[in-house]
Design a protein around this ligand. Structure first.
Ligand code: IFM
Length: 443
């Protein structure tokens, strides 16, 4: 494949200041599970029928042992930044103290990145809650937010000036809705009475962590990463439009509005009292701390029709779709960025995740992932269109650096721009990876 990723010559995304990076998360790549405390995803993986291929994160991409090679690989792609996450159960003991071995693992990585001039974008929570905290109620327990604050204080102090940017949380929607409301993610709790409560404690944790970072790490860019699946109505009927608007408030605005406006969407008043979060006086002020940036993760959109029992019903995504069944609809990316920009007074945005799961095959040492290449081209264009419409975007991270543990899908779905052979742990840069590298170096 000789195709090149391209952008209009005048594009701000071709400026050297625009940050290009690749992203991963601790549980998805590290392995090295015996060297940390168990987390909720270990327990979830051990529960029958939760992960499609019955796999777990014990070894994953063995990044725990192969991190030096992986950092060299990242460097070889010519990226400006690497977005990684810290495993809370690797760096903090049950007693709430730093675990020096775990801290050293990340310090080595951060020092290596610094020596190569690669900016470290560090996510402090990408879903691997220590199991002992889940045993005390997890994100349903308000105290977990304070435990998170204490962990952030310790780890950000330990990392000193090795970090360029902190994200408090990755995708609180997934942690709360998928983990505590529909139960398809760890810890697998099911109940409408749980999801919003967990979300509130996660957002509180974010706000408390932002307050801490302002003291321990005032020179880093501190913010949060939210995922958005823009909601469209199936038809132009008022009922369908209302259904899409309700879904948007429930799945998207629920997580951003508290941060930038200090309140939940008005639909909170339509939820039964038992399903609403427990909001203590002062919480919304804590949650709405100013952020230096907003991280936006985008993959797809969702289409809704009216439903008289549940307010909305999501219809099957139309083609074209990626291998994970998500519709490819880049226009929604532009629409999303423009609408967020209109609705809120936002700091600069980083696209912290965007990418495609494709059923790659490796043939004679090559992965010709044309469909992923096309996905990247369309979505880079979509970001560029949003920038031209006035949205301030400072960077873009491909999800993911390499194939990895895709949560409830196990290792069956591949999102990497680098192919991983899980038997040999050999990494092979895919054609999309070479194209991404060329885009970055040709700026
Ligand atoms: O793999 C995940 C990642 O951990 C969080 N955002 C979405 C990705 C693809 O599902």
């Amino acid at each position: 494949m000789t195709a090149k990723l391209s952008l209009p010559q005048s594009s701000k995304m071709l400026s050297k200041d625009f940050v290009y990076g690749v992203a991963t998360a601790s549980f998805q790549i590290e392995g090295g599970a015996s060297k940390r405390l168990p987390c909720i995803w270990d327990t979830f993986c051990d529960t029958p029928n939760k992960v499609v291929d019955g796999s777990n994160g014990q070894t994953a991409c063995d990044h725990f042992h192969l991190w030096k090679e992986d950092i060299a690989l990242i460097d070889s792609l010519g990226v400006d930044a690497y977005r990684l996450s810290i495993s809370w159960p690797r760096v903090i003991t049950k007693e709430g103290k730093l675990n020096p071995e775990g801290v050293q693992f990340y310090t080595n990585i951060l020092e290596s990145l610094k020596s190569r001039n690669i900016k470290a974008f560090v996510t402090l929570y990408h879903w691997d809650l220590p199991q002992y905290l889940e045993d005390e109620g997890g994100w349903l327990n308000r105290n977990t937010a304070y435990k998170f604050r204490d962990y952030v204080e310790l780890i950000s102090t330990a990392f000193g000036d090795l970090v360029h940017s902190y994200a408090t949380l990755n995708e609180p929607f997934c942690s709360s809705f998928l983990g505590y409301e529909v139960g398809v993610h760890a810890p697998g709790k099911v109940g409408k009475e749980y999801g919003r409560k967990a979300a509130h404690h996660l957002l509180l944790a974010h706000g408390l962590a932002m307050q801490v970072l302002a003291k321990t790490s005032p020179n880093t860019k501190n913010g949060i990463v939210l995922n958005f699946t823009p909601c469209y109505s199936e038809t132009d009927s008022a009922a369908d439009k209302q259904a899409a608007a309700f879904a948007d408030d429930y799945f998207n605005q629920w997580y951003i509005q508290p941060i930038y406006e200090g309140k939940y969407p008005d639909i909170i008043n339509k939820l039964p009292i038992a399903h609403r979060p427990d909001i203590v006086e002062g919480d919304m002020e804590i949650i709405s701390q100013p952020t230096d940036y907003l991280g936006v993760n985008f993959y797809t959109r969702a289409i809704y029709r009216y439903d008289d029992k549940e307010y909305f019903f999501q219809i099957e995504p139309p083609e074209p779709r990626t291998d994970i069944g998500w519709e490819i609809y880049p226009q929604a990316f532009t629409d999303l960025l423009v609408s967020l920009n209109e609705k809120y007074s936002l700091p600069p945005i980083y696209i912290t995740e965007n990418g495609a799961s494709i059923d790659d095959v490796i043939v004679a040492g090559k992965v010709e992932d044309v469909r992923r290449f096309n996905y990247y081209q369309q979505h880079l264009n979509a970001v560029n269109d949003a920038i031209e419409k006035g949205v301030v975007v400072h960077g873009y991270f491909a999800w993911s650096l390499m194939d990895n543990f895709e949560w409830a899908e196990g290792y069956l779905k591949r999102f990497g721009i680098v192919y991983v052979d899980y038997d040999t742990q050999i990494r092979t840069i895919k054609q999309s990876g070479y194209a991404y590298k060329a885009l970055i170096s040709n700026r």
